[in-house]
Design a protein around this ligand. Structure first.
Ligand SMILES: [Zn+2]
Length: 120
């Protein structure tokens, strides 16, 4: 963690969302497999290996939400740049955390629905 991140005043917002997500402690199959929740670690939408980076930056399923954020930022960012972008200013912080929250909550909702449907 850099000095800039440490000194950041979060104003009581939901600061843990991003670090938890980037640490893979969300609905990612490589993680859920590790803790025994899932049998496979491929993305249910496209079959690629499901990682934090895949979900937030690559999977086509979330392209619309991702593009909305990139439009708001005025630039497309990569996984390597997100840490720097998120502490750049309040507006970027808001756009990026909203994007991640939107993708994760929708993904978790859809995965709950998928788990109720028996495999063919
Ligand atoms: Zn995918």
């Amino acid at each position: 963690m850099t000095g800039r991140e440490k000194s950041r005043d979060t104003g009581g917002r939901n600061y843990h969302v991003l670090p938890d997500t980037l640490a893979g402690h969300g609905s990612f199959r490589t993680y859920t497999k590790r803790i025994g929740k899932q049998e496979q670690e491929n993305c249910v939408y496209c079959g690629e290996t499901d990682t934090v980076e895949h979900t937030i930056f690559m999977c086509d399923r979330w392209e619309r939400i991702r593009q909305g954020a990139w439009n708001g930022l005025g630039v497309n960012i990569t996984a390597d740049e997100i840490g720097e972008q998120i502490v750049a200013n309040e507006e970027k912080w808001r756009i990026i955390t909203n994007m991640i929250r939107k993708i994760m909550s929708q993904k978790e909702t859809e995965e709950r629905l998928l788990q109720r449907i028996p495999n063919p």
